[in-house]
Write a protein of this length. Structure first.
Length: 314
């Protein structure tokens, strides 16, 4: 599909295609752009946990919510570098660091993150951070230190967004992504399904990701909500596997050159369901026991699954 001709109706038509036909079409597109047998492993850790001033209703780290996650100080440089080394030894080629901030306001903390990025870059790993709002100058400093990509998820559609977050605006997220692109960094941006949104919200999210920036995100994480006790969404129903397959396949069709990453919630799905997600165009997983504060499928089960499916990560 020509990007300039992509509109909501065309994305909706793709999204509503019968599932197996959609998977077939997406798999065909995937094979034109990627090695379908390769799955990149990435590792995501929380370098500053809890106490976030934002009120995202899905998040265990918000100070507005009542989860059992307690605020902690930022990790030491040496501990982060060791975590990156262990991740590389375990097969990850991308290392992602998240901090529970609205923005990087502390110059000392930002200086430490710059050094983390620099040292992990020297390890010949892709480096990604997610630190909240980012100015153009900060993005340029991260780029100079060796950052590969910056993560800033849109979460959901513009229309549904105010029902999930009220402490920041959708346009604030768009501005950060534009700052990241203007600095020459790659963008990692996706969303979460299972927040209570409609199919139309999912279609609108995918359309925004595909068309609203200079180019589509290099990396598109697809998260399935993990309902966390103490958050406003704790009683939400876990999404069905086929809903994730449909999101992945549609993302692959409209963003053919982006890396589609299976992210939070993957632990809830069978190996067979994940196999269909890979066939539909997902080509990255987050490896390790946790994604920030959320449990993840362990590396041994991942290795067993990839071997069974005939996939590789090296």
């Amino acid at each position: 599909m020509i990007r300039s001709e992509m509109n909501l109706d065309s994305v909706r038509k793709i999204y509503q295609t019968p599932l197996l036909e959609l998977v077939f079409q997406a798999a065909s597109v995937h094979r034109l752009n990627f090695d379908p047998s390769y799955i990149q492993k990435a590792t995501l850790i929380s370098i500053k946990t809890g106490g976030c001033p934002e009120n995202c209703s899905y998040c265990s780290q918000s100070q507005h919510n009542k989860s059992n996650v307690k605020p902690t100080k930022m990790m030491q440089l040496s501990d982060v570098v060791q975590a990156a080394y262990r991740a590389k030894q375990a097969g990850s080629s991308r290392f992602c660091m998240g901090a529970a901030w609205r923005e990087v306001g502390n110059k000392h903390s930002f200086k430490n993150i710059i050094e983390m990025v620099r040292q992990i870059h020297y390890m010949d790993m892709e480096v990604c951070t997610t630190l909240g709002f980012l100015t153009l100058d900060q993005a340029r400093q991260l780029k100079e230190a060796g950052l590969t990509a910056y993560n800033h998820n849109l979460d959901t559609s513009r229309e549904f967004y105010p029902k999930i977050v009220s402490t920041r605006k959708y346009d604030d997220r768009i501005e950060t992504i534009q700052n990241v692109q203007d600095a020459g960094l790659k963008v990692c941006s996706g969303g979460i399904i299972g927040l209570g949104e409609s199919s139309e919200d999912r279609i609108a999210l995918l359309h925004t990701l595909a068309t609203s920036f200079e180019e589509p995100p290099e990396s598109v994480p697809i998260n399935a909500l993990v309902p966390i006790p103490g958050t406003p969404l704790e009683n939400n129903k876990v999404v069905d596997w086929h809903e994730v397959v449909r999101m992945v396949a549609t993302a692959r069709m409209i963003m053919p050159k982006s890396v589609i990453r299976l992210s939070a919630g993957r632990k809830e799905f069978t190996d067979a369901a994940q196999g269909l997600m890979f066939m539909a165009g997902a080509n990255s997983i987050f490896s390790g026991d946790k994604l920030l504060t959320t449990e993840n499928q362990n590396i041994y089960d991942d290795s067993k699954m990839l071997n069974m499916l005939g996939l590789h990560s090296d």
